[in-house]
Design a protein around this ligand. Sequence first.
Ligand SMILES: Nc1ncnc2c1ncn2[C@@H]1O[C@H](COP(=O)(O)OP(=O)(O)OP(=O)(O)O)[C@@H](O)[C@H]1O
Ligand SMILES: [Mg+2]
Length: 463
Amino acid sequence: MFKSIFKKFLLTYMAISIISLLMVAGVASYFMEQEIYGQREQFLEQKALQVNRLFFQLEDNKISVDYFINMLNMIQTNDKIGISVILDEHKPANIEEFGRRPVSSNRSGTNHEMQENEYFIAYFESEEERDIQMMTVSIPLIIDDALMGEVLIYNPVANVELITANVNKSIFLTFIAISIPLALLLFFISRKFTTPLIHMNEVAHNISRGDFSQSVAVQGKDEVAELGHALNHMAFKIQGLEELRKDSIANVSHELKTPLTTIQNFIEGILDGVVPKDQEENFMEIALDETKRLGRMVEELIVLSSFEKKLVKLDVSPNNIGNLVDGVFLQMKFHLQEKKIRVEKRLDTTIIAEVDQERFRQVLINLLDNAIRHMPENGKIEVCLEKSLDKNFILEIHDSGPGIKEEHLPYIFERFYKADPSRKKSGGAGLGLTISKHIVEAHGGEINIKNGRDKGLSVEITL
Ligand SMILES: Nc1ncnc2c1ncn2[C@@H]1O[C@H](COP(=O)(O)OP(=O)(O)OP(=O)(O)O)[C@@H](O)[C@H]1O
Ligand SMILES: [Mg+2]
């Protein structure tokens, strides 16, 4: 029903506040009423005792009947209460009853049995049609241990109800007076809490539609702010990946197109007789190299896709990793010498690990090939293999090449990603590291790339 979070917040707050306020008002009103009735009862009882005392004075003949009656009349008018002195057959001869008897009452039994002060509601006859409801207190008249009758002091219930109604009205007015600023306050609090969420929702929607133009303005340090940061970070990553995805189709087409064009041109040249006869063999060899390169690239794409579909099964066996690394350097010896690259090895040759020999060799060739390709002449490659505390071993290959710009590092393992925009230098398809990462992770290991402290790139494999 309440789709917007702002409405939900506001209505929940309002409901909680109004319920609490109503409860407070209800409790206050209840206790005020109790207090008012209590005070009224006390007042009536005081008057009853006063009448009681007068009655004893009359009984002792200390005051006259006339004085007694005058006094009662005076109390009645002064205090706006009703007085009845009700006597039974044991009454002293000199005294008469005073006032009216109630028509009916809600008292249980009679005071004759209880002989103590009592409160009840009694109905007294009135000039109007209905009898008047009176709040009544009765105290027994006891002389020489004999019950002689009772004094009733009464007061219209309507009077007390009027007072409580007034009190309730003020409580209600206070309630309204508090509610209005409270509602405003809740409105602003709800808006303050929900505005960032609503904004984030908007941004997330835009991102899902591929619009990265907006980002979340983060305020404060709470969980909502963290969410905002996370959203911005996510948008940044997605945007990068999105560009990469678009690029990658272009890349793969480009990578396949270049060698194909070369091959096509060479064959056409030979067929058209444009290429001199003595050069033909040379051209054919270059074309053959290009077909091999194409074949490798397609092969890499197939390998990659089988890794991505998790179809690859490793063929692991215990291998001496130090010897494996040595073997790869020997295999690449020609390329290293060609660029006059110095190699510094620190290999722990006692390390034996369960690896798929062919795949692991492929990773090392990839890394070494990258390093050689990006390094200037007379560079240096350092390899270090040592035991690891929590894993089996750490292998680090550090070259003295140009390294990779920090902004490219997060994407370096994405397929077709090439940090070098000219592409000339690399010559590859940008799949080497992607495949390497898949292989290392399939072994349960980790591969990390960072720039060296001074210069060059450092690749670390932990297995
Ligand atoms: N040692 C390095 N020094 C500098 N840049 C590097 C190094 N290794 C990799 N890179 C950068 O990372 C990019 C990705 O490397 P990757 O091995 O995945 O692809 P590639 O070498 O271009 O192609 P492929 O390996 O598929 O033939 C490279 O294009 C290059 O820009
Ligand atoms: Mg490579």
